[in-house]
Design a protein. Structure first.
Length: 204
């Protein structure tokens, strides 16, 4: 076995404490994937994430002290259109402070509109309490996040099939190239960008 990796909730690990996390490392755990989702407290409360940025910072510190790699998942569009700027700024701040080994970007997907299995957030969409981010808005979030991240030895991956743009690389080596790729995409003709968004959206 080359590596032992686990997904975990920040709220669960915060109850274990640093001593028990150290025992996980002794048992062979090498990496933990955490759902950071956003660094903005208001977004985390609205989405009922069950964690605070203080908890994330503490847990990430315990993991790194134990020698366990930290991998964050960030959710593009989680703040909708109204809190996009706060979402990006606060998320960049917590990444810069905790310096995880990996940051992976995914995109908020609202499923099942008008069906028996629709996601709970659809009620807030209908009431106007949540305005979903546009496809281009999520690309701009990638751009702004990269602009605000420090040149950390962190691997940044926006590579999922449902992301409207895909870039990846180390922040301390490839950040400028990733930014160029995003800038070049946003300079494409509007019709070409819209066709790309429609194509990605049709895959789901």
């Amino acid at each position: 076995m080359q590596r032992l990796t686990s997904y975990a909730r920040v709220s669960t690990l915060s109850k274990l404490g640093p001593e028990n996390i150290g025992l996980l490392k002794e048992s062979g755990l090498d990496r933990v994937h955490l759902g950071l989702e956003s660094g903005d407290e208001e977004i985390l409360r609205f989405q009922r994430k069950g964690q605070s940025t203080k908890m994330v910072i503490s847990v990430a510190g315990w993991l790194k002290d134990a020698g366990i790699e930290v991998s964050y998942y960030v959710l593009l569009g989680l703040g909708g259109q109204n809190r996009s700027e706060q979402h990006v700024k606060a998320t960049a701040e917590i990444i810069n402070e905790t310096a995880p080994e990996f940051v992976r970007l995914r995109r908020l997907w609202l499923y099942g509109e008008g069906t028996e299995k629709e996601c709970p957030l659809m009620a807030q969409v209908r009431s106007g309490d949540f305005v979903p981010q546009s496809p281009e808005g999520t690309v701009i979030e990638v751009q702004r996040l990269l602009e605000q991240l420090q040149p950390l030895p962190t691997f940044f991956a926006c590579d999922h099939a449902n992301n409207f743009i895909q870039v990846s690389g180390f922040l301390n080596e490839d950040r400028e190239e990733m930014l160029r790729e995003v800038h070049d995409f946003l300079r494409l003709p509007e019709e070409q960008r819209k066709a790309h968004y429609d194509l990605i959206g049709s895959r789901i």
